[in-house]
Design a protein around this ligand. Structure first.
Ligand code: HMG
Ligand code: MG
Length: 300
């Protein structure tokens, strides 16, 4: 018999994962208004942006300005793929940096132009330096279940990569179903293994909702003892280098599910929907989460 947690932390990734896949540039002020509205909804941890090559992901070209202008509230995370990204993030004033590596070599090459091993070798001194400067280090593990190029991923390989990251100084692991292919059994198995091997590390689950399995996978991860989940307001998102992937699980749907289970998140569903209505006119795809649909129909 499992015991559900009383409290869950939601890490809002909409301003980063949610917007990075948008072809049309979303103006800086609209991004900042979205961030502010999410903060007002109760979000305490949020990925604001990423310091990646503007040639690869033009949408994130305003990263430094976003970090400098966003109101400081809770833990604000920025992504950086390499030493240059970390350097730019620090210069902008970031205090929490997420690095990201794929378990799958092929995906990692498509995403950051390096093999997994090359990335880990290059990141080791970067993480050592960040740690010595007191920066909170989050490590995002992509393709932890399936890869769009290599297929099923061995959970042992995920555990090994996570252990390597923890040895290198990561305080948090965000373990991702990049293309939304995992099922609840796979979610339960992997997160149980990770909880057992790395009991001291903050463990977060990051589900994309391509096949509408994310809520079931979150429930399975809760059973495995996970109490931290990445999600994106409006279910926006997707990695531009993971073909077939759609958005992250929608924050408003996750919070609603947790509300019904009497699990506290500190986040207000109605206010998340209001935040989505600010960004919705600026994104190219319709918002199709369950809770936003009710909100739009005046039924929330
Ligand atoms: P590269 O072409 O191999 O880079 O790309 P390079 O090291 O050879 O440098 C080439 C040029 O880029 C140089 O400039 C560098 O200074 C510059 P030049 O001399 O030509 O003028 N450069 C940078 N500029 C800004 N910021 C940087 C940076 N690094 C080098 N950080 C690189 C390698 C990693 C840069 C590139 O592949 C890249 O930016 N990739 C980003 C991919 C990305 O953002 N993917 C989405 C995020 S991950 C994700 O969504 C998954 C996640 O949600 C979990 C999940 O769901 O799986 C986290
Ligand atoms: Mg993602």
């Amino acid at each position: 018999m499992f015991i559900l947690p009383k409290k869950v932390t939601i890490i809002e990734v909409g301003p980063r994962d949610g917007l990075q896949n948008e072809q049309n540039y979303v103006a800086e002020d609209d991004k900042l208004a979205f961030i502010q509205a999410l903060q007002q909804a109760g979000v305490q941890e949020m990925e604001l942006t990423s310091f990646v090559s503007p040639k690869w992901v033009p949408q994130m070209q305003d990263a430094a300005s976003i970090v400098q202008k966003a109101e400081r509230k809770g833990r604000q995370i920025v992504l950086a793929p390499n030493a240059k990204g970390a350097e730019l993030a620090l210069a902008a004033g970031a205090s929490s940096i997420a690095v990201f590596v794929g378990v799958s070599n092929t995906f990692n090459k498509k995403n950051i132009n390096r093999t997994t091993e090359e990335s880990m070798d290059a990141l080791a001194p970067v993480l050592a330096q960040l740690k010595s400067q007191g920066i909170f280090i989050r490590a995002c593990i992509s393709t932890a279940f399936y890869c769009p190029y290599e297929g099923k991923i061995d959970p042992q390989a995920v555990v090994a990569l996570c252990q390597q990251f923890v040895a290198m100084g990561a305080a948090e692991l965000s373990v991702a179903d990049t293309i939304g292919m995992a099922n609840p059994q796979e979610s339960y198995t992997l997160f149980t293994m990770l909880k057992e091997k790395l009991p001291e590390t903050l463990l977060t689950a990051h589900f994309h909702d391509t096949r509408k399995m994310a809520l079931a996978n979150i429930y399975a991860a809760l059973q495995a003892g996970v109490d931290r989940f990445d999600s994106s307001a409006g279910g926006l998102g997707g990695c531009p280098f993971a073909p077939g992937a759609t958005g992250n699980v929608a924050t408003e749907d996750v919070v609603h599910m947790l509300d019904t289970l009497h699990i506290e998140t500190g986040i207000d569903v109605l206010q998340v929907c209001q935040a989505i209505s600010r960004i919705a006119p600026h994104v190219s795809r319709p918002i199709d989460s369950g809770m936003y649909r009710l909100f739009s129909n005046g039924q929330l």
